[in-house]
Structures are given as structure tokens and as C-alpha cells.
Design a protein around this ligand. Structure first.
Ligand code: FES
Length: 157
């Protein structure tokens, strides 16, 4: 049984006309699979490679180069929360913010909470230094975050 649903395969195929060749669809395909399945498993790599007419090692190389994609041993939680650790945020309490949130939710950066709700990640500058400290909750940036406002955001997830 295949790991990629027909719907997911169609979404990947829909990317083909946007790129000069199938190889160039590797990253978009990885993102689509990662977003949907919350991890890119070995089986998914093989199936992506078949769709793109590549060797699985080529897809695996791209996947591991970016250190963004999770494999099946460390799947993403339902939500991904990125804590900026660059200078502006660090100077305005970003480290304490991360420490407090990790303590509250009993999780370490790079890990997922036991209930699978949230994966906590480090981020480099989110480009919103004027609102430091910042976090990215899924794809939405939040500025001037405090431990309490971060917890409120997380509770809404
Ligand atoms: S240093 Fe955190 S957003 Fe720029």
C-alpha cells in the first residue's frame, strides 16, 4: 500500500508545469508530503522519487540538506512553533521566553509535546526584529511575545 494518497500525488503532479523539469519539483514535493503527513518517511521518499523519476537517494539528499523536514522517527506535531534565537530577540527576552514555554509544556527545542500538539523549534531571525521577541506559530509571526501571550497562543492551537 502506498504512503502517498492519490490526492497528494495529484498535488505533486500539479507542480510539474511550474518548473523546468521534474527534479526541480523535489522541494515542493517534500513540502507537500511533510505538511500532509507531518514527516517524510523512507517509503514516502521512494514514492516521491518514482513520481519525479529520480533515485531515492537524490530525494533523501535534498530532504536532509535542509534540516527542515522530519523523518518518521521524529514526526511533526500538529503545529510547529518557531522561537527566534537571533540577537534582537535574545536581547529582549527570547531565551527566557523559550525556556519558560519549554518548561510549561515539558518539551525541548526540536521535540514534540507528548500530546502531539506542538513541535518547538529554534529559528534564526524571523525578519521582525522591531517586535522582538518573536515567534512563528505555523506560518504566522507574532511579535512582542511574553511567556503568557505565547501560552495563550499555544492554548488556542
Ligand atoms: S532577531 Fe528575532 S526577529 Fe530578528
Amino acid at each position: 500500500m502506498s504512503v502517498l494518497s492519490e490526492e497528494l500525488r495529484e498535488k505533486i503532479r500539479a507542480e510539474f508545469p511550474k518548473y523546468p523539469n521534474k527534479r526541480a519539483v523535489t522541494l515542493p514535493a517534500l513540502h507537500l508530503v511533510h505538511d500532509t503527513l507531518r514527516a517524510v518517511s523512507r517509503e514516502a521518499i521512494v514514492e516521491i522519487a518514482e513520481l519525479l523519476e529520480l533515485h531515492p537517494a537524490e530525494v533523501h539528499d535534498t530532504m536532509t540538506f535542509y534540516n527542515f523536514f522530519k523523518d518518521e522517527t521524529h514526526p511533526l506535531g500538529r503545529h510547529r512553533v518557531w522561537f527566534c534565537r537571533s540577537i534582537s530577540c535574545a536581547l529582549r527576552g527570547g531565551e527566557e521566553l523559550l525556556e519558560t514555554v519549554c518548561h510549561r509544556y515539558n518539551v525541548h527545542p526540536g521535540e514534540t509535546t507528548a500530546d502531539g500538539r506542538m513541535t518547538v523549534e529554534f529559528a534564526e531571525c524571523l525578519g521582525a526584529c522591531e517586535g522582538a521577541p518573536c515567534i512563528l506559530v505555523n506560518d504566522v509571526c507574532h511579535m512582542n511575545v511574553t511567556p503568557d501571550s505565547a501560552s495563550a497562543l499555544i492554548e488556542k492551537l
